[in-house]
Design a protein around this ligand. Sequence first.
Ligand code: FES
Ligand code: FES
Length: 152
Amino acid sequence: MLTLTINGQLREVDAPEEMPLLWVLRDHLNLVGTKYGCGIAQCGVCTVHVGGKPVRSCQLAVGDVGTRAVVTIEGIGETPNGAKVQEAWMEIAVPQCGYCQAGQIMSATALLDSNPHPDDSDIDAAMAGNLCRCGTYIRIRRAIKNAADKSA
Ligand code: FES
Ligand code: FES
């Protein structure tokens, strides 16, 4: 039995240590906001925060999480920057189909956690690993700036 800290709560999970965190979240804890895309760290749709850093949950074995806190899209709105990012996302109506958006929001929030006022190149560098087949990149960039302005 593994004990994880997920969105501020201790959760016990009976899963093999080598299982990717993504499947523990989705199949064991019913936290299905985190999506599966490529399974090989190429799309970013499975991004969550582990120990305050954005990680691809399809590539992290649950046994390697340890005591680090995990935050998912279901909990990110409880954090200061997560709330600002979600508000900006709604104001600008960023999503199209929506499939990539949980990962986009998790990466955007991690960016603002490390850099409260990113410029275009900072945003492009931080978000480069999050693909969007609907091409919402321009709105994502605007929303990140909008969220950053809320911190001013
Ligand atoms: S599903 Fe994890 S990066 Fe694509
Ligand atoms: S909104 Fe459709 S893939 Fe990004």
